[in-house]
Design a protein around this ligand. Structure first.
Ligand code: SF4
Length: 693
């Protein structure tokens, strides 16, 4: 029996894997452990995760082909890696260093995320790296850095939720996305806490709350500003906190005058009386939390929307107060650590900025290279994908832990751009939709087959342990990056050993915002996880941030004036409804894993678009009917699921499916100017009744 953590979401539930006797079907028994976040609980995804370890679709040999219209053939690792080196170096010789790049993922361990960033900047000396977390956490991260001077999803332990008297969740549905986390919400409600949910859908989380606000998708910013206006009008502002711990209040107070309640009701559809009740609940309890997630953040104004909710939290005096504050609930397994160690186009390890000369000097010193060798920041995720194969764009791309053909906005365009590459190599456990386009596919290890660390949604660094032998023919991405670096002549800078890489990561992060210097594998083992920042081995780690000061130059949090603006695309005669997207409970991300798990597929065998019965009646659609969703970018076919829990002007579709059911074929790549987050959560859509194509 080996203790490790779930391969899926950012809760990173503790679990054990125990070999099951062959007489009992073999494989591994998964059991939840008494880890501080899940306390024994696991959702159906975690419980079924071991099924993938010996799945018949598992890749156990590298695949190569000479032409994209040929089938793959099995190859040796030596041949596959030689082709990768050739593909990367030929592109760089022809088009320059930035013609070779890497697209990473928020599911990579800290060690791999760190090594991927270093590989691109040191071994390839290219600026071309970004990752799928740009599509996930970037808006909240940008807002948090601006307001608080640091970006940690929850600045307090998850269990603090049970001690809050009022919790407002905006665009967050943990009852479906991370069910074991609901124990902390339930414990709060048993104490009498009030919960408020802001969501265009009446989700399972909304059903467990006291108040549900159902705004028009894309209007959360106006709603937050409207609540702030009411808080000022009702004299609910914590003036002492604002004076002592913040800057910028006067400008925000003046800007909030424009958000008078009737106007906000017209924009959002939320009745004034519901807004008043909400703001009183937020302001009049002893401990209040505002938790944000992708519903509010995946917009072309996502970082301003997050700032609007932070403004409200600061005005009410919440951040740093016990069992209170603003936080963002990270989604991907290593959504937190994945954004701290240098996978982002503009960042270096320790959350340092690549354009900062002091940061470059520090990290280059740890890497043993000249700071002038390090490239400047490159393009963000969608911008990189949009320019693949074009002048000045990447011509040879490595993809690790990402299935962009399903998960990127305007997915059909992204597929075309990938097809235009001179060379594509994908590292994956399965032949994902993106891997199907590759010249070389590298079979990588799964979570339970290798050592590493993850940083969960609380900023707690934890150990993933090897519980299962790695199948013959499979390699860890760390080994692959090491071997490629050797073949590129920079091998002396790269280790393949996870603990050695983690120690180096700690040195590279020392003095940065996300400081891991005092964390070691032994400490994580002994303490069941360590919260960053943790600058020295003697430091106890930092479960709670902002108690005395904010990590800004003057120690104060910053208000920012932010204004509502319409979504990039509004309904019109041709595309009369709004589409919003998200997760369905049994599935995870692009579905590469969960669509291959029998219990999860049985629970949700295909995508269902949620439609209000009134809208369905107008369109002549029955429950279970086939419908084609169409936007300016593409179309997708789905089954209708009628629910009165969604607005009559909005439909919801999950994003876990590929081919003709890819929701992201529809979504809008309009980008947030600050974070470069695409507008996943709202676009204009038409619904075409089909005859079951
Ligand atoms: Fe895994 Fe998340 Fe489910 Fe926990 S809640 S078992 S981490 S998918």
């Amino acid at each position: 029996m080996t203790a490790t953590h779930c391969p899926y979401c950012s809760l990173q539930c503790g679990m054990t894997l125990t070999p099951r006797p062959e007489t009992d079907g073999g494989g591994y028994e998964v059991t939840g452990t008494n880890f501080p976040t899940n306390r024994g609980g696991l959702c159906e995804k975690g419980l079924s995760s071991a099924e993938l370890l010996a799945h018949p679709d598992r890749l156990t040999t590298p695949l190569v082909r000479d032409h994209r219209d040929e089938p793959f053939r099995a190859a040796t690792w030596d041949e596959a890696l030689a082709r990768v080196v050739d593909g990367l170096t030929v592109a760089q010789e022809r088009y320059g260093r930035d013609a070779a790049g890497l697209f990473g993922g928020g599911g990579l361990t800290n060690e791999k995320a760190y090594q991927a960033g270093k590989f691109v900047r040191v071994a390839l000396r290219s600026a071309a790296i970004d990752y799928n977390g740009r599509f996930c956490m970037s808006s909240a991260a940008a807002a948090s850095n601006k307001a608080f001077g640091i970006d940690r999803g929850l600045p307090f332990p998850l269990s603090d939720i049970a001690r809050a008297d009022t919790v407002l969740l905006v665009g967050s549905n943990p009852a479906d996305t991370m069910p074991p986390a609901m124990r902390w919400f339930a414990a709060g409600r048993e104490r009498g806490a009030r919960h408020i949910v802001v969501d265009p859908r009446y989700t399972a989380t909304a059903a467990a709350s006291d108040v549900h606000l159902q705004p028009v998708p894309g209007t959360d910013l106006a709603l937050a500003n409207g609540l702030l206006h009411l808080a000022i009008k009702l004299r609910l502002i914590d003036t002492a906190y604002v004076a002592d711990r913040t800057t910028g209040w006067d400008a925000v107070r003046r800007a909030a005058r424009q958000y008078w309640p009737d106007r906000v009701e017209r924009i959002t559809g939320v009745p004034v009386r519901v807004m008043e009740r909400t703001v009183r609940l937020l302001a009049e309890s002893r401990a209040t939390m505002i938790l944000s997630a992708r519903g509010a953040e995946q917009h072309a104004k996502g970082s301003d929307t997050a700032l609007a909710w932070i403004n409200l939290a600061l005005a009410l005096g919440l951040p740093g107060r016990p069992y209170s504050g603003w936080a963002t609930v990270t989604g991907q397994g290593n959504g937190q650590g994945g954004r701290e160690h240098g996978q982002k186009a503009d960042q270096l390890p320790g959350y340092r900025m690549l354009a900062d000369p002091a940061a470059r000097a520090h990290v280059a010193g740890v890497w043993g290279v000249d700071p002038d060798e390090l490239p400047q920041p490159g393009l963000s995720a969608y911008e990189m994908l949009d320019r693949l194969g074009t002048d000045g764009g990447v011509r040879a791309l490595m993809v690790m832990a990402s299935n962009v053909v399903v998960s990127a906005p305007r997915a059909e365009h992204v597929r075309e751009r990938l097809r235009s590459l001179d060379f594509l190599v994908v590292s994956d456990m399965f032949l994902s939709e993106t891997a199907e386009l590759a010249d070389v596919v590298l079979p990588c290890a799964q979570w339970a087959e290798e050592e590493g660390t993850m940083t969960n949604l609380e900023g707690r660094v934890l150990r993933r342990r090897r519980a299962v032998p790695m199948p013959e023919g499979v390699r860890s991405d760390l080994e692959v990056l090491h071997e490629l670096a050797v073949r590129l002549g920079r091998g002396e800078h790269f280790s393949a050993d996870p603990e050695t890489v983690f120690e180096e990561l700690g040195r590279a992060s020392a003095g940065g915002k996300a400081d891991y210097a005092g964390i070691s594998y032994a400490r994580i083992e002994a303490e069941r996880g360590v919260f960053w920042p943790c600058p020295t081995p003697e430091h106890e780690g930092t479960p709670r941030l902002f108690r005395e000061r904010f990590p800004t130059p003057d120690g104060r949090a910053r208000f920012h004036v932010v204004h509502h603006r319409a979504a990039a695309e509004s309904p019109d005669d041709e595309y009369p409804y709004r589409l919003t997207t998200g997760r369905s409970r049994p599935h995870y991300q692009s579905g590469t894993q969960t669509r291959r798990t029998k219990a999860l597929l049985d629970a949700e065998p295909g995508p269902a678009v949620e439609i209000h019965p009134d809208l369905a009646a107008r369109l002549g659609l029955a429950d279970g009917a086939d419908v084609r969703l169409r936007t300016r970018r593409g179309s997708a076919r789905m089954r209708v699921r009628l629910t009165s829990g969604i607005r009559t002007d909005t439909v919801f579709a999950p994003f876990h499916w590929g081919d003709d059911q890819t929701v992201n074929a529809l979504t809008n790549p309009a980008l947030d100017p600050a974070s470069r987050m695409p507008e996943f959560k709202v676009c204009a859509v038409a619904l075409d009744v089909t005859t079951g194509e």
